[in-house]
Design a protein around this ligand. Structure first.
Ligand SMILES: [Zn+2]
Length: 126
């Protein structure tokens, strides 16, 4: 199909651009900053992505920003890398908003996913 990009692994340049877009378009949980990690190891372990807040509590130490850490497997295609980022960013926003112990992918998670997806895809906020 003419004009269609070959499916190849996301390049370092594309990964940097995705991080820039994520920082510019998606606000992290209050008192947290985004930290993006590209990992070759997690794909071998069977994961496309992982998310965690550090510290895990909803209140980082006073005066200190916590980190919302999004890890994405290195070796995925660019589109898949972006989808995985969106998914894991939604987990960060979801676990900030809710206490631990909920289902992983409950209805609130999918609302967070939708908000991140819309921001990343430039679909506007209306
Ligand atoms: Zn998930």
């Amino acid at each position: 199909m003419p004009g269609r990009k070959l499916i190849v692994a996301c390049t370092a340049k594309e990964w940097r651009a995705l991080q820039d877009k994520a920082r510019a378009t998606v606000a992290p949980p209050d008192s947290y900053s985004w930290r993006f990690v590209w990992s070759a190891a997690i794909l071998r372990e069977g994961d496309f992505g992982r998310a965690r807040l550090s510290p895990t509590s909803q209140e980082p130490e006073p005066g200190k920003r916590g980190q919302a850490i999004v890890t994405v497997a290195r070796g995925l295609a660019e589109d898949h890398t972006e989808e995985t980022m969106i998914h894991e960013m939604a987990h960060c926003l979801d676990s900030w908003a809710h206490a631990a112990g909920r289902g992983d992918h409950d209805s609130h998670f999918w609302l967070c996913y939708g908000a991140v997806w819309r921001a990343m895809k430039g679909a506007g906020t209306g």
